[in-house]
Design a protein around this ligand. Sequence first.
Ligand code: SF4
Length: 463
Amino acid sequence: MISQTGRAPVPGPAIDPELVRTYSVPGPRYTSYPTAVQFRDDIDAEKLLQDAGATGRDLSLYFHLPFCESRCWFCGCTTVISRERNLADTYIDYLEKEILLLKPRLGENRRVVQMHWGGGTPTFLSPAQIRRLGEIIHRHFQFSEDAEVAIEVDPRRLEHDHIRALRDIGANRASLGVQDHNPEVQRLVNRIQPRELTVRTLDWLREEGFGSINLDLIYGLPGQTATSVLATLEDILSLRPDRLAVFSYAHVPWIKPAQKILEQRSELPGPEEKLAMLCAMVPALTAAGYVNIGMDHFARPDDELAAAQRNGSLQRNFQGYSTRGGTDICGFGMSAISQTPLTYRQNEKVIDRYYASIDAGRPPLVRGYTLSPEDRIRRRVIMRLMCDMGLDFAETGRQLGIDFVRHFQAELDSLDGMERDGLLRRDAEGLEVTALGRLLVRNIAMRFDAYLGVTKGSFSRTV
Ligand code: SF4
């Protein structure tokens, strides 16, 4: 069969439905370890802030911009739904106040090598508001010449001047939410986004010189079938994005009650159907020449994400996969999470309380976590597995100051079944995740997670 994009399919990994059903269990996405579920409310904010200034490392800034005009029923983000653009003016005022509260704690001469605006919808901000926030940030922080500045862009209600404004503030990477091109699926999930808007946005981004453009798709939404998601994917592939994230829809209505609306509107695809969607899409992505980075992410071989994986410098953090390591993540805005080698800290998730804390002159921290030496060992192992798709036992042990095999004997023994099932290959020196295992890498990482028994009920399924 020749695919609709005209390429002859190259076989992806053989996927045995029974096998994937076995491994479809609730599990973390490991954007941190321990996961945010482990963060504690009884924090010593002063200690966390001292740690924020202790390392002197380069900074990766994150700005959470929570506003969206309407709610997509599948959404798992921390949002504020409103059509009032002037809310963003107030929010930008508070972001600057938060910067002023934190900046003296960070110490002098911290260079920014990366910045990410997520949400919500960063492009809810008008072009003038984008320029204003950009000016504030650049006034308070020193960026390196080659800083990577990535923005999440919503093609709906977007004007060319939004993209020009993003370019003006130094943005050079963009990620677009697409989810699905099928109009019926778009209606069911309350996100009407005609294909022309996505194409027009891509054209504008390329015209303004943005690189490494990522498109997000979701499978497992109501109204989707294996045939329909493949049709969307084939269409998207014809647009040649540099990166594609093909997320399994995370149905967690006990955390995001609005997702219950999806259940009421139409039946959600079951595990069998989701599996059929995955089996349809992976070979098409491989045939189109995309590298399976792991955890739903695919990139063209010449993209820097694929290059970073090849040279062992790929990182994983709250924004997903990243090419910049050795940084402290400094998050601003409601719900934003920050990270140093020793700690995580998270801001207040409710906007009024976020404002109230800043009005009282307090950094708006409400949760956090200090890693134990064992947490740090396990974080390193899990993150290298997620990024490198393998582990060199001697080298990892040397970096961590442990006898790796002895330290993780029980965990390594527990991988026997996964090895038999073809998820990984092992010898005395290390392990390598196979093409099939890349689809299930969080199942492998979960074997090294010391908290899974406690946190298991908090996560969506791995497939
Ligand atoms: S999916 Fe994006 S645009 Fe839709 S509600 Fe969530 S954050 Fe807003």
